[in-house]
Ligand binder design. Structure first.
Ligand code: IPD
Ligand code: CA
Ligand code: CA
Length: 259
């Protein structure tokens, strides 16, 4: 029932994304510059919450636009109704619904659905990861210089040692391709299915990564913070790789090694 509900919820949100995509919609700004929320974010969230509440009204929910719906429950749904809102608002078909589920504080299931490409990523703890029901695996690349990476930049500039531009500079100066798709949940899933060898970002929120990080782990990858500690979606920094390039990427990010 949990899995069916998760899949239905992701599909319901994605149907709203498609209803508004490349059409007219209302758009407003959250705090900061270029941090928009659209009518479609709210419509997707409403559809997702409708499905979850109809089956599991007692479950705890954390959703990007609605915030925390606090219940006394072992289960927690962590929802990004549109990951990649700026892409969505510009008609760029790289955006998705992302929904993770925790039980007793541990990630147990995740779904990321990009309806524009009809790509449905799913993982269940201990049962592997799939793309459109076919098993997926991370890549086998073992050196960073031969890797294809992806990153994202926060809406608020982070000025600090080993900040986003410094780390980016270290990779691109050596000719390592570093893409920037604009949807962290998709970045993670594209690591999981081997299109990218690694993804890092300095300031994610729980709803950006809660589903995607389990999908990477279940596809055989490794996900940590920038110190190499086990990843928690409740801190900001993430490094997700195929496992083989992980330590080398940590060294470059922390400036212990030059490529
Ligand atoms: C954003 C995207 C982007 C990442 C930002 C996120 P949103 O989510 O995942 O790739 O760089 O940090 O906030 O705002 O489109 O849901
Ligand atoms: Ca997001
Ligand atoms: Ca969002």
């Amino acid at each position: 029932m949990l899995k069916i509900t998760l899949i239905e919820a992701a599909r319901a949100g994605a149907a709203e994304i498609q209803r508004f995509f490349q059409k007219e919609f209302k758009i407003s700004n959250k705090t900061g510059v270029n941090n928009p929320v659209t009518e479609a974010d709210h419509a997707s969230e409403k559809a997702i919450l409708g499905v979850i509440k109809s089956r599991f009204p007692e479950h705890y929910v954390l959703s990007e636009e609605a915030g925390e719906i606090i219940q006394d429950s072992n289960y927690k749904w962590i929802i990004d109704p549109i990951d990649g809102t700026i892409n969505f608002a510009h008609g760029i078909p790289i955006n998705c619904v992302s929904i993770g589920i925790e039980k007793d504080g541990q990630a147990i299931m995740g779904a990321v659905y990009n309806p524009h490409m009809n790509e449905f990523f799913f993982a269940e703890k201990g049962a592997g990861a799939t793309l459109n029901d076919q098993p997926i695996k991370v890549s086998r690349e073992s050196s960073v210089v031969n890797s294809c990476l992806v990153t994202g930049f926060p809406y608020t500039y982070i000025n600090m040692p080993n900040g986003p531009l410094e780390v980016f500079d270290r990779f691109i100066r050596k000719g390592v391709p570093v893409r920037r798709l604009g949807a962290a949940a998709i970045d993670l899933c594209w690591v999981a299915c081997g299109r990218f060898d690694g993804f890092y970002e300095h300031k994610l929120e729980a709803w950006d990564s809660a589903a995607g990080y389990l999908i990477v782990e279940e596809a055989g990858g490794r996900v940590t913070d920038f110190d190499g500690n086990k990843y928690s979606p409740y801190q900001h920094r993430i490094l997700a790789t195929n496992g083989r390039i992980h330590d080398e990427m940590l060294d470059v990010i922390n400036k212990r090694k030059e490529l």
